[in-house]
Design a protein around this ligand. Structure first.
Ligand code: SAH
Length: 457
């Protein structure tokens, strides 16, 4: 994935100051999904080009979280095409320029410069669309197109283009335009789309989006066609709000880490909040995976005994390695247990809370009664927290079509099915249950994650 930014004319010498990247060095910046290499392939008195080469590791992504695996099949275009990954990289690598700050050249920040951006491999089905988006912003566009296969001209044009835009704009505006518009062309965001995304759109759309003739289209595509969020954004633009309500990031901090929006992260926070509020002091995390919840639990003094159990030894080893990286030694109050949640095991006794986070759907339905007996009877925990996907919400995942969210899922429940199961185990084993959802609300499909908090009667 490659982006070139070029400044022409007398301000070329100021350009590297505005970007906060020294021309003489090669900068390597770590990203949540790989790394960005920033360097200057062309340094002339009247012309300076800065390149950002983004290297994504598709194998890690494919093996990683479920939300990525749909995007990262091995034949995916994700590592090469200009997508939301590039927007995140722009915010991370050029965060200070994006927020319009430069201590060394403050007077140039607000000046219109002669700027050019070359965006390689931008997905664009209709070429006239490029002009309708960039011309109203004052850019001249040029693009290079390619055949799908030179040997087979009948296959026609590839949907990817190398796009060059040129205009007299401030660097901040150019970066804002790229940040918002690259995902608009691509149409598939790699991270969780929540309400914060509306704030980002309004913040980076400040000064240009409300007047753009294609603003409805831009908002809708930027917000992954989620009607509720699009209406919210357009409503605020119509009411004359051109900026975000959120505060600008503090100087020196990089803008919006994508983790902030991830459903996994949100789920962890909700589960943790439930455990903290319930007052329990020991927690057993069934199907603990790579130990993300364990790490969070160990940061809280309330939890005097913490255990993670997983059927996969390899996963447990990864959890152990992750914990060692964070805590240097395995804390004495933590136990990592290799086992299955469907068998009686003395080591499981005495925990006041059990968590089954995104694990029940990995069990074959015929094993479920055994698991229920262990979780709700054998352990006898005061509190049991169960989370599982809401199948209805899958309509919002562009890449899923009719599939489940993860290839190891044996089933996914809709809200009615989960509610029925929860009520039945609660009644059988003497618990009350409170059901709710986690994540962005789709009016007809609900929220992406379902959660049941069971309390012993
Ligand atoms: N709870 C973690 C991981 C969810 S993935 C999280 O929310 O991030 C599901 C995990 O359940 C995997 O690590 C898998 O190895 C584990 N698992 C599947 N069947 C299991 C069983 N019968 N007993 C224990 N763990 C199981």
């Amino acid at each position: 994935m490659l982006l070139n930014l070029t400044c022409h004319g007398p301000h070329a010498a100021d350009f590297s100051y505005l970007l906060h990247k020294a021309p003489a060095s090669v900068n390597i910046i770590e990203l949540p999904f790989g790394e960005a290499v920033v360097f200057y392939p062309l340094i002339e008195e009247q012309k300076l080009t800065c390149s950002m080469l983004i290297d994504i590791d598709p194998l890690t992504m494919a093996k990683g979280e479920a939300r990525f695996s749909g995007l990262f099949d091995y034949l995916s275009d994700r590592p090469y095409a200009a997508t939301s990954f590039m927007s995140v990289a722009i915010a991370r690598v050029f965060g200070t320029a994006l927020s319009g700050r430069c201590q060394n050249r403050p007077e140039v920040v607000t000046q219109k410069l002669s700027l050019q951006a070359d965006i390689f491999m931008l997905r664009c089905g209709h070429l006239e669309y490029l002009n309708s988006i960039f011309e109203p912003l004052g850019y001249e566009t040029n693009f290079e197109i390619f055949p799908v296969d030179k040997e087979f001209p009948k296959l026609g044009r590839s949907p990817y283009v190398n796009l060059t835009i040129k205009g007299e704009v401030t660097l901040q505006d150019l970066l804002r335009h790229l940040y918002v518009l690259i995902p608009v062309f691509d149409g598939r965001k790699h991270y969780w789309i929540g309400r914060d995304e509306v704030e980002k759109l309004l913040r980076h759309g400040q000064g240009w989006l409300s007047e753009h003739p294609q603003r409805g289209h831009i908002a809708r595509r930027y917000l992954s066609r989620l009607n509720q969020l699009t209406n919210m954004a357009l409503g605020r633009l119509d009411n004359g709000e051109s900026g975000a309500r959120e505060l600008e990031p503090e100087p020196g901090t990089s803008a919006e880490p994508p983790e902030k929006l991830s459903l996994n992260r949100l789920r962890l926070e909700v589960v943790l909040a439930e455990l903290k509020a319930s007052g329990v002091t020991s927690v057993l995390d069934f199907g603990c995976g790579e130990g993300k919840l364990l790490r969070r639990l160990l940061r809280e003094k309330q939890f005097e005994r913490v255990a993670g159990l997983d059927v996969s030894l390899l996963t447990l080893k990864r959890a152990e390695a992750g914990l060692l990286r964070v805590f240097k030694t395995i804390p004495p109050r933590l136990e990592l247990l290799h086992g299955a949640m469907t068998y009686k095991d003395q080591r499981l006794k005495g925990f006041t809370a059990v968590v089954c986070q995104e694990v029940i759907e990995h069990l074959d339905p015929w094993r479920r009664p055994a698991m229920e007996k262990i979780v709700f009877e054998y352990i006898g925990a005061k509190v049991v927290v169960v989370t599982t996907p809401n199948r209805e919400y899958n309509v919002n995942y562009f890449s899923l079509k009719d599939q489940l969210r993860h290839r190891d899922h044996r089933f996914e429940w809709d809200r009615q099915e989960f509610g029925k199961w929860a009520a039945s185990v609660a009644q059988t084993y003497g618990y009350t249950v409170r059901l709710s959802g986690i994540g962005d609300l789709d009016e007809s499909a609900g929220q992406p994650t379902q959660i049941g908090v069971f309390s012993q009667c």
